[in-house]
Design a binder for this molecule. Structure first.
Ligand code: GTP
Ligand code: MN
Ligand code: MN
Ligand code: MN
Ligand code: MN
Ligand code: MN
Length: 198
């Protein structure tokens, strides 16, 4: 495991820790942008109340609910859909860099769930209509552009925005691990994203 990472079991053994669970929902798609640029996959993130991009999910209290049930509860609040999340969807857990505002260490648990394209559309619809957090904690769901356009548009521009916690790394690691973007394309997008605000 990489530094800062711990197993799900080790994480739950930390008595004084706070826990947050977030999930990357995604699907395959044959849709083409402008009828010529393959979109390939729909990856969902959200614009948070604080103006930062992140994944849907939130704080979970393991003494009251399992990590996965807590994540499902957060998804109901933020997306308007009670998506079932299982232990098999868990990717990793790690210590969040400690902030001065709280003395209790935060552990962030990350999950990935592949869905059907129609299910993703239903999540987007519910998130913009029936979700109780819509317009409050969550300003809107966004799809991540995975393609590269001339001038750095697409994934590079998306990565140049500001993200909460290590959500940017969670996105990049997932794109690589699930082979949603090739290593070469990703490397190029990362390099271009650094040039954008330079
Ligand atoms: P409240 O209902 O207001 O408590 O918010 P919440 O339960 O939805 O919590 P939130 O989603 O803001 O997550 C809690 C904490 O986890 C945040 O303060 C961040 O430090 C961190 N966090 C939020 N989103 C992400 C994410 O996508 N990835 C990672 N790694 N951390 C995140
Ligand atoms: Mn148009
Ligand atoms: Mn929430
Ligand atoms: Mn949240
Ligand atoms: Mn919450
Ligand atoms: Mn809340």
């Amino acid at each position: 495991m990489a530094s800062g990472q711990l197993s799900r079991v080790e994480a739950l053994a930390c008595a004084g820790c706070r826990h947050a669970c977030h999930v990357m929902l995604y699907c395959d798609t044959t849709t083409q942008l402008f009828g010529r640029i393959p979109i390939r996959h729909v990856v969902l993130m959200q614009m948070r109340f604080d103006g930062l991009l992140g994944f849907p999910g939130g704080l979970v209290n393991p003494s009251e609910e399992t990590l996965e049930a807590g994540l499902s509860r957060e998804l109901l609040e933020e997306l308007g859909v009670a998506l079932p999340i299982s232990v098999e969807d868990h990717v990793d857990s790690c210590y969040a860099p400690s902030s001065s505002s709280s003395s209790r260490q935060l552990i962030t648990h990350f999950y990935v769930k592949k869905m059907a394209e129609e299910q993703i559309r239903e999540v987007e619809k519910a998130a913009a209509s029936t979700a109780t957090d819509h317009g409050q904690e969550v300003l809107g769901m966004v799809r991540v552009p995975l393609y590269a356009m001339q001038g750095g548009g697409g994934l590079a521009s998306f990565l140049s925005h500001s993200f909460i916690g290590n959500a940017r790394s969670q996105l990049i690691d997932s794109l690589l691990r699930l082979n949603l973007v090739s290593p070469a394309e990703l490397q190029k997008a990362l390099a271009n994203s650094l040039k954008i605000h330079a």
